[in-house]
Design a protein around this ligand. Sequence first.
Ligand code: 0K2
Ligand code: SF4
Length: 345
Amino acid sequence: MSAASPGTEPATSVSIEGGDDAVVSGGKRVLLAKPRGYCAGVDRAVITVEKVLEMYGPPVYVRKEIVHNRHVVDTLRERGVIFVDEASEVPEGGLVVFSAHGVSPAVRAEAEQRNLRTIDATCPLVTKVHKEVNRFARDDYDIMLIGHAGHEEVEGTSGEAPDRVQLVDTPEDVDKVAVRDPSKVVWLSQTTLSVDETMERVDQLRERFPEISDPPSDDICYATSNRQVAVKAMAAECDLVLVVGSGNSSNSQRLVEVALQAGARDSHLVDFAHEVDEAWLDGVETVGVTSGASVPDVLVMELLEWLAERGWTDVQEVTTANEKISFALPRELRSSGESARSSVR
Ligand code: 0K2
Ligand code: SF4
């Protein structure tokens, strides 16, 4: 994995800002990770749905959750979005948005067959992995796709070349894969995995297939890895790390695991501040706070208020990188919203 992600300015050192230990009683403090929350692909996907609603009016259909966040999905549903599991649930001729996690060619074909109008909110960094799968399949490679079984992104990516892609999720999966020619094997990955766990899987694969090729560029995206670096920088100082994010959000779940592996005494994933169990705070002085790439920052602000009401008023931001990246909207929507920011934030 490269040291600096594209679109990211690495902080020259870990900076901690905003605290004043002298005025804090009982050593209670919050370390707030930066970067956290919305990535460029999520912002683009949420704006896409908002623009489609604005331009065409409800009902707008979205296949699967546009991003894996309960608040975002509930808010858009209230505005007239109908979330469906499959394109087959959209009325003939209707308008459907594909989620940020991407879709397989079979899903596109089904939509076309039903004469659906489609708008694709797949993150460009997911599309990049689809293109890699196509390229290596064309060159007749066996592709080891490291990712979580059943995750929508993995279903879409492997659907590009189902005969050539084998999924590697658990350590045991490495023993199960079979290749035709050990000199023509490549590993690719889901964008939202734990960087460290992925490298463990790669090491295992390399033991079996010493000639395995690496992806042309990192598949785990800048946002996923930056959020892991930030939580790692503060975890060892934290008695508790609270990660705001939904249970089905891979990158959010990974932040809990990374926090624990990096030395946090305890860590939990919560959708909303009211889900924090007061018992988690027993004996706690330093609370770390971060959020997944699909999480509007308003939810983090609510958690900080909740903590402040209980004495954690000293908030120090721990900055490990400054993200500058943004993506253009899907072509169909560009003229009306190029510089917009999503309102569900
Ligand atoms: O982390 P996940 O892939 O489960 O997805 P979200 O929580 O929706 O985060 C945005 C990532 C979307 C595509 O990579
Ligand atoms: Fe794109 Fe990464 Fe965000 Fe997924 S987490 S939407 S790949 S930027």
